[in-house]
Design a protein around this ligand. Sequence first.
Ligand code: HEM
Length: 418
Amino acid sequence: AVPARPAMRRPLPPELIERGECPFDPPAELGRLRGEGPVAPITLLNGARAWMVTGYREAREAFGDPRFSSDKFRHRDALQLTPEEVAAGTCPHAPESATPSGHGLFIFMDPPEHTRLRRLLIGEFTVRRMRALESRVTELAVELIEDMRAAGNRADLVADFALPLPSLVICELLGVDYADRARFQRSAAVSLNFRLPEQERLRAGAELREFMRELVASKRAAPGDDLLSGLVHGDADPALTDLELVDIATTLLTAGHETTANMLALGTFALLEHPEQLAALRADPALVDGAVEELLRYLSVLHLGTTRVATEDLTLGGVDIAAGDTVLLSIPEADRDPEHWPEPDRLDVARPRSPHLAFGHGVHQCLGQQLARVEMRIGYAELLDRLPGLSLDVPAGDVPLRTDMIVYGVHELPVTWR
Ligand code: HEM
């Protein structure tokens, strides 16, 4: 069980976050922990105890087990969060909430509250709906790449492609004016940077919510043909409150651009650093679907934030976990589990398909996964097709890594082409 909450925050020790020589491999310390077993005790920097799950089978089991709660508002004592930390948020999919109850932050809710909100959204993100977006996603991707080409033969792939593409798509889907991106991209980035002072993160989160509050009000006054207008004027029973709408929209906007942006940039970096894989993909574009799944597994960019609290005494991976214990599910490490994946540390775009955990599993499994897949498939294919000779414009060791962020990736990716 977890001791009483000390005044100090509960950051993870840096060795569980910082990367070693290979920017794509999870921290070596996680591999060492796996040596102790698929579920191993860890000590947080404030001295509190928690469990780290590194096994694929055990992580999948925990994601699917209703005895593990995602509700960080209800379990804030077990998680040793101060109210400020709860409000500041610790997950890319829900940067913050103005009140410590998390009105519409369904990623931090358990059934049945979670089910009520998820049900309202699930129909908007089906494979069919997302397939219908393909031609628009292609148009946007081509436009961004052609702008890069028109400006010369070097670019920062993050600023010029990987971030704008999913941002444009989620803006169109939700009915957010992309011209406002300076407001929401910066606020989202600050609120997801766990190294920044709490106050700064809180302020950024509040700005993002203010932006969303204005947007919800404008959809109420003048509905458009978009997802948010649909929710504002929908027939949910009971009706969604404005606080819920703000939280839902904030979650979708943040999740919709931060995660995929990092997969696009880090995935391109990984392909450039594995020329034989890049060549295989260029030679057979039909490999792209498999390459997307393999990059998702290999990179598993949501490297932090999938935290659960046990609601009763239970056993996981042969380990006794007490009610109230905090359990961290390491997706990057589970997706490299040698008990589950042959040659887990090898990037192999032709690897036989098998479900990975990059989108989680169970009731919270990523709502936007089909959208992310469409964006990645089209994004990688157009990049490779339209930028012949694509290569890094700096030594690989100089690419700044996002070990300070809840979604892993690169801050910049300077590239050049012929
Ligand atoms: C949930 C990963 C893209 C929206 C999740 C979870 C993971 C994840 C691991 C589960 C979190 C947990 O169980 O605690 C990713 C990755 C993405 C991506 C790796 C990109 C490659 C997106 C996009 C959207 C989105 C494009 C757009 C709407 C959500 C939402 C949830 C979620 C709303 C919460 C679902 C729930 O609680 O029911 N995502 N995601 N994600 N994701 Fe994503």
